[in-house]
Ligand binder design. Structure first.
Ligand code: CA
Ligand code: CA
Ligand code: CA
Length: 573
C-alpha cells in the first residue's frame, strides 16, 4: 500500500502542542501536494481571472506555503496567507496509549472533487497515511457558516513526536460541461441542457454517444422501463453517465415489481457509470454483456435477483471481457421467497477474460456474496468484502439461500479465478467456496471470520482438478468450528496461512486484529474517491504476529518488508 510521497514543498506552520500526557506532542505541517483538478478549475478562475500560471493546482501565488489545491480544499484564501491556524486543530493531543485525534476545518464545506487526507511522519522523512476513522464533529464558535469539521482518529505506537500534514488530492469528477443533463424535475421534452434537463435517465443515457457525458442531478428517479445501453465508446472516448458532482441520484424500480426486467442492461462497450444508486430492480440492477465497461461507486439495494451481474450472450457472440466493478455496494438482493438466486455480485456462464471486482462490498444478500457459477473466463476479486450472505433478514418461512461469501465457480466449468485481500464474515455457509470448478484457484490474503459453514473449502467432490490451488497469507479465525479449511488437489501451494503458522491454543483469533467490530466501519461513508473506509477494522495489531508474516507475492502492494497475513496491512513507518 505504501508509495513514496512527493517531496515536501513547503511548511506553513510548525507549532508544538501542549501534551496532555507525558511529553507526547504533535507537530503540524500544512502542505499542498499538486494534482489535477476538475471543478477546482472554476474556483481557480474566479480567484485568478487574469493569471493562467497562478491558477495551477500546485501554484502558491500568495507565498504562504499552501498550494492552491489545498487552499481550495480547506476554503482558505489563495490571495492572502496565514489562515492555517484556523483550519487545523489538535483535538485532545496524543495520549500515552498512542491515540491521536486531529481535526481539519473545511471552511466552505466538503469539496466534491477533492480527497483530503492527513499524513503522519515520525521524522519528516518517511510519511504515511495511518488508518484513520473519520467523523464529522460539531462546528465550534467562530467557525464559518457552511464549514465542516472532520475528526481523524487513530492509534499508533507511543512516541515522543509525530508530524502531520494535510494532503489534498483531486478526485476525477469528469468534465464540468456535460452533453446532457437529467434532473428529477426535468422534462424529456426539454433540451437536456443544464438549465432545461431531461426527466429520465433512460432518455439521456440512450442518446449519449462516444466521448459524451451525461450528468445526473441528485434525487429520486422512478422508472418503469429498462435502460438499454447498446452503443460503443472507445478507450479514449468512453460514454459517461455520472452523478453530478457532490449529488446522489437514485434510480427507483419499485414500480417494476413482478416483471423480470433488469434496471440497466449494457450490451455496448466502454460505458462508465459513476455514482448511481439503484433500488428495487425486478431482476439485476446492472447486467453487463458487453466489454470494457466500468461501474464505479454505484449501489444496488433490494434487487429481486443478483445486484451486479456479468454474463455472456449466445454462441457466436463475443463474451464479456475486461469489465470492472469498482467501489460498488450490493445490499440485500433477494429473490422471494426462497432467496436461492440473488447474489450480491456475479459473473456467470460465458465470460471473456479480465473481468474484475475491486473495492466492492456484498452485504446481506439472500444467496451468495459473489458467485462465479460456470464462469469460463478468469475473474479477479480484490479488496472486496462479503458480509452475512444467506441470512434470512426478510423473515421468509421458505428461505433457503446458499450463503457462501465468495463462491468461485462450479458445475465442472473451469477457470483460474483469483481472490485477493478479501474479507468474508458472518456468512451462512463458507467464507470461500466453490461448487466444482475443476481448475486450480488462487486465494490470497483473505480473512474468514464467523462463517457458519467454515472458512475455506476448495475441496472438490468427484472432480479431477486441472492445475493446483494456490493459497497464501490467509487467516481463518478460530471459534465454534468456523475456521475449517479444506484444500483439494494433488499438490496445492499452501503457504504462510494462519492455520499453518499458529496451531493448537495459539490459533489466530480476533485478538490478532486491532479492531474486529465492523459496525463502525460499515456505518462510515466511503472516501471521497470511493474507496473503502480506511479504519483499523481487520488490520493486524501493530507489531503483532500477523505483521510481515506472509510470503512475498510479486506485484501485490504491501506495507513494510513483507505482506501481513490477511486483507488489510498494518501501517509501517
Ligand atoms: Ca497559497
Ligand atoms: Ca448463488
Ligand atoms: Ca507488512
Amino acid at each position: 500500500m505504501f508509495r513514496p510521497f512527493p517531496v515536501i514543498q513547503s511548511v506553513l506552520r510548525h507549532c508544538k502542542t501542549t501534551p496532555r500526557t507525558r511529553s507526547v506532542a504533535l507537530t503540524w505541517l500544512l502542505l499542498g501536494l499538486p494534482l489535477q483538478a476538475a471543478s477546482y478549475a472554476e474556483w481557480a478562475l474566479s480567484r485568478f481571472p487574469s493569471g493562467e500560471a497562478a491558477r495551477l493546482p500546485d501554484a502558491d501565488p500568495d507565498g504562504d506555503g499552501i498550494v492552491n489545491m489545498t487552499e481550495y480544499a480547506l476554503g482558505t484564501d489563495p490571495n492572502a496567507g496565514g489562515a492555517a491556524g484556523e483550519v487545523l486543530r489538535i483535538a485532545g493531543g496524543a495520549t500515552a496509549a498512542g491515540d491521536i485525534t486531529v481535526e481539519i476545518l473545511e471552511r466552505e464545506g466538503r469539496r466534491a472533487d477533492v480527497q483530503v487526507d492527513v499524513e503522519l511522519s515520525p521524522d519528516l522523512a518517511r510519511w504515511f497515511r495511518p488508518p484513520w476513522r473519520r467523523t464529522a464533529v460539531s462546528l465550534r464558535a467562530g467557525d464559518p457558516v457552511g464549514g465542516l469539521r472532520t475528526s481523524f482518529s487513530t492509534r499508533l505506537s507511543v512516541r515522543q513526536q509525530w508530524y502531520a500534514r494535510v494532503r489534498a488530492t483531486a478526485v476525477d469528477l469528469g468534465l464540468t460541461q456535460a452533453n446532457y443533463y437529467v434532473a428529477p424535475d426535468g422534462s424529456d421534452a426539454a433540451a437536456g441542457t443544464r438549465d432545461a434537463p431531461f426527466a429520465t435517465i433512460k432518455k439521456a443515457a440512450e442518446l449519449a454517444g462516444p466521448g459524451q457525458l451525461v450528468y445526473l442531478r441528485g434525487g429520486t428517479y422512478s422508472a418503469v422501463t429498462k435502460i438499454s445501453l447498446t452503443k460503443s465508446g472507445t478507450a479514449s472516448a468512453p460514454i459517461r453517465i455520472r452523478a453530478y458532482p457532490g449529488e446522489r441520484p437514485v434510480l427507483d424500480l419499485s414500480a417494476t415489481a413482478g416483471t423480470s426486467q433488469d434496471a440497466i442492461s449494457i450490451s455496448g462497450n466502454f460505458y462508465h457509470i459513476h455514482g448511481l444508486e439503484i433500488v428495487g430492480a425486478a431482476h439485476n440492477s446492472v447486467k453487463i454483456s458487453g466489454n470494457d465497461n466500468r461501474i464505479e461507486n454505484c449501489v444496488s439495494r433490494a434487487a429481486r435477483n443478483t445486484g451486479f451481474h456479468i454474463t455472456g450472450g449466445s454462441a457466436g457472440t463475443t463474451f464479456p471481457a475486461r469489465n470492472l466493478f469498482l467501489n460498488c455496494d450490493s445490499i440485500r438482493s433477494f429473490d422471494a421467497p426462497i432467496g436461492g438466486n440473488a447474489d450480491g455480485f456475479s459473473a456467470k456462464w460465458n465470460l471473456g477474460p479480465g473481468n474484475v471486482f475491486r473495492g466492492c462490498r456484498a452485504i446481506e444478500n439472500s444467496d451468495d456474496g459473489w458467485d462465479l457459477w460456470m464462469g469460463d473466463g478468469s475473474v479477479l476479486i480484490e479488496d472486496c468484502w462479503a458480509i452475512r450472505s444467506g441470512i434470512n433478514v426478510w423473515g421468509s418461512a421458505t428461505f433457503d439461500g446458499n450463503g457462501q461469501g465468495f463462491k468461485l465457480g462450479g458445475n465442472n466449468v473451469g477457470a483460474p479465478h483469483r481472490l485477493v485481500r478479501c474479507l468474508a464474515w458472518g456468512n451462512k455457509s463458507y467464507g470461500v467456496d466453490q461448487n466444482n470448478n475443476p481448475t486450480g484457484l488462487t486465494v490470497d490474503q483473505t480473512v474468514c471470520w464467523d462463517n457458519a459453514g467454515g472458512a475455506i473449502n476448495l475441496n472438490h467432490v468427484g472432480v479431477t482438478l486441472v492445475g493446483n490451488h494456490t493459497v497464501r497469507n490467509n487467516v481463518a479465525i478460530a471459534g465454534s468450528g468456523r475456521s475449517t479449511v479444506s484444500i483439494g488437489g494433488s499438490a496445492p501451494m499452501v503457504q504462510r496461512n494462519s492455520w499453518q503458522l499458529f496451531t493448537g491454543a495459539g490459533v489466530a483469533t480476533l485478538a490478532d486484529f486491532r479492531e474486529s467490530d465492523g459496525s463502525a466501519t460499515m456505518a462510515e461513508a466511503r472516501r471521497e474517491d470511493g474507496a473503502l473506509p480506511e479504519s483499523w477494522f481487520m488490520r493486524p495489531v501493530a507489531g503483532g504476529r500477523l505483521v510481515d508474516a506472509g510470503v512475498l507475492i510479486s506485484g501485490d502492494p504491501r506495507e513494510g518488508a513483507l505482506p501481513d497475513l490477511g486483507a488489510r496491512e498494518a501501517p509501517a513507518w
